[in-house]
Design a protein around this ligand. Structure first.
Ligand SMILES: [Zn+2]
Length: 627
């Protein structure tokens, strides 16, 4: 602090300025009164949500919070930087506010005497492009997430604060949400009063092109697929597609046996304009897929584990939640070490339910499993210095920003690493029980409890061990610990499942689909990189032949053995080098400099596949088979 600032602070104190306000901690008591929240979502040209909020208050100090820790994001990601135009008033008089100096999500004010309601007006300036964040408003659709358009009073559990919310949509638009509508007047919709926690858990998709599909006809607890699309024709699902989506619901029920909702709504945006999303909620999920999802059913398969993944979260992640991930409001710090269950087992079920429902063919599922195992086969480069458990810190460390050496830094590996851990648990349960038990039994016993309840039931590591032990006695704590702490190569889970990971020069459908999705050509298991069609290197595997020759993700390959770069030219060169001793020479560009890099690699093209291990039981085939 400079002397002048110090002097001002001392002077301020002498003049009787109030000391810095504290943010009151949340208490489990009812907030007196009901907040009213009105959102005007009609300004599509500016992509602005205009908010008018009425908060019942008492005279004296008050702290308002903007949600920071958004469930499912696993990090402090509330878009406070896009909130503008904040005006707080009562009876037409402005009330001054001050942002907390240590917490940019908290706003302090003093409510004057004789004021029992304050008005909060502001705008949520939603992103204009993807560099600014998720694009949530397009000419055809929007995604309203209540946490982006609401302040709430500090000092209370968010489930103890009641809110009456309403939204005005562009003329003629349809909406879908887990919220129940109380009334509507033209394009303004008012929802039944709900607590703030469940309001935030019940976002809205709205749009001009809409179709609502019953996924469980005749069921007492309905499940609907609410589809919004850029173009009306993209809403049309074939019988095959419908059959697989309906089978998904039944396959999930066969494992869990219960539901933790009174109705469930998949919100699905079929779009190349609005930013994609996969976000779980108790009674709904937000999902985004490319516009060819239904229209090119044969080509869009790779993204079809999305709905199984998000649906599974209603049980794993929403109803049963790692104790550290549960917090009483949206501004308390979350502790993410349980995400290997929350996301890891959900990743497992995303693949498995995709296969069991027919959203994926058995071949697709096997190809995806091979690709998964290959990631850990040579030892994930990063696992020399960090383990799966440590990657649960990644959401708060990295906020999903791109990384220079993702494979060495690792990323949110608790998803794919967690998935392999649960595959190992499944194989061990089958082996110990002589095929009587599997992970299905654990999942049912652990998550499929208390039918109809949709509050939150938290758990710790010991609860998992206890439930596993109840199915088959074993040192489960040691088994899980070995894998979470990196003492066992995770790709071994495939051998435990009866399958061997092998490599040949034929790219599987999964590799081809991922090349399309990530706009790169896969040389990961040969030279050790992904490269764009333009020659830009996306990813270079740590310690791979390419890395050791000096290649880096910032470079561009210009020529291969003297010939202009083209993916096929490089593929031909790698194949030819197999029967040769001459290194592959790459002319690369870095900033404005060109130089030649030689890679002394003669292993040929390599792509992962799974083949059966003779004499070992085919557990994986059983895992993927429809129930
Ligand atoms: Zn998830």
């Amino acid at each position: 602090m400079k002397h002048t600032a110090l002097a001002a602070a001392v002077l301020g104190a002498l003049l009787g300025r109030p000391a810095l306000a504290e943010v009151p901690p949340p208490r489990d008591v009812a907030y007196p009164g009901t907040l009213s929240l009105e959102v005007d979502a009609t300004d599509l040209s500016h992509r602005i949500f205009r908010v008018h909020e009425d908060v019942p208050v008492q005279a004296g100090p008050l702290t308002l919070l903007y949600p920071a820790w958004i469930p499912g994001h696993h990090s402090q990601s509330g878009p406070i930087d896009k909130v503008a135009g904040i005006e707080i008033s009562a009876n037409g008089q402005a009330i001054p506010w001050e942002r907390d100096q240590g917490n940019v999500y908290a706003f302090h004010l003093t409510v004057p005497e004789d004021v029992d309601r304050i008005r909060v007006d502001f705008e949520f300036l939603s992103p204009q492009n993807r560099e600014q964040g998720r694009v949530v408003m397009t000419p055809e659709m929007l995604n309203l997430q209540w946490n982006t358009v609401a302040f709430y009073p500090a000092g209370y559990y968010s489930r103890r604060i009641q809110v009456a919310a309403s939204v005005t949509l562009p003329a003629g638009w349809h909406l879908a949400t887990a919220l129940e509508e109380e009334s509507h007047n033209g394009d303004s919709h008012t929802f039944k009063t709900i607590d703030f926690e469940n309001l935030v858990d019940s976002p809205i998709f709205a749009g001009i092109h809409f179709k609502r599909i019953d996924l469980d006809p005749g069921a007492k607890i309905p499940v609907h697929l609410n589809v919004f699309a850029d173009k009306a024709k993209d809403l049309e699902a074939s019988d095959e597609a419908l059959k697989a989506h309906r089978a998904l619901v039944q396959q999930v029920y066969k494992v869990y046996g219960t539901q933790h909702y009174d109705h469930y709504d998949f919100l699905l945006a079929v779009t190349d304009k609005m930013s994609h999303i996969g976000l779980e909620h108790h009674r709904s999920s937000e999902n985004g897929v490319n516009e060819n999802y239904f229209t090119e059913w044969d080509k869009s398969w790779m993204s079809r584990d999305l709905l199984p993944h998000e649906f599974n979260h209603s049980w794993d992640g929403k109803y049963r939640r790692p104790a550290g991930v549960w917090t009483p409001n949206f501004n308390e710090v979350k502790r993410d070490h349980g995400l290997w269950v929350y996301e890891g087992q959900t990743q497992y079920w995303g693949f498995v339910f995709a296969a069991r429902s027919g959203l994926w063919s058995q071949d697709h599922a096997m190809d995806m499993m091979a690709r998964l195992a290959a990631t850990y086969d040579k030892g994930r480069p990063g696992m020399v210095w960090r383990n799966i458990l440590d990657t649960t810190n990644d959401p708060t460390m990295a906020h999903r920003r791109p990384k220079p050496f993702r494979n060495y830094q690792m990323s949110e590996d608790y998803y794919s690493g967690g998935q392999l851990i649960w595959l190992a648990v499944d194989a061990k349960l089958r082996e110990l029980s002589h095929d009587k038990h599997s992970l299905d039994d654990f999942t049912k016993a652990f998550f499929g409890v208390n039918p109809g309840a949709w509050d939150v039931d938290t758990f710790e590591f010991d609860d998992i061990v206890k439930t596993l032990d109840g199915i088959e006695k074993f040192d489960w704590a040691g088994f899980l610990d070995d894998r979470l702490k990196g003492h066992v190569n995770l790709s071994r889970s495939m051998q435990d499942q009866g399958w061997q990971l092998v490599y040949d020069d034929k790219a599987s459908d999964a590799i081809k689909a991922s090349e399309k999705r990530y706009k790169g050509i896969d040389f990961l298991y040969s030279l050790g990189f992904m490269v764009g069609k333009d020659g830009n290197l996306h990813d270079v595997l740590w310690d791979s032949p390419a890395f050791n020759a000096g290649l880096s993700p910032s470079m561009t390959i210009v020529a291969v053995n003297g010939e202009q770069f083209d993916p096929d030219v490089l593929k031909d060169a790698v194949a030819a080098a197999k029967d040769d001793t001459t290194p592959i020479a790459l002319l690369v560009k870095s900033f404005n400099q060109y130089h030649t890099v030689t890679i002394d690699y003669h292993g040929g093209l390599k792509y992962p596949h799974l083949v059966r291990i003779k004499g070992k039981k085919d557990y994986l085939g059983e895992v993927l088979k429809a129930r």
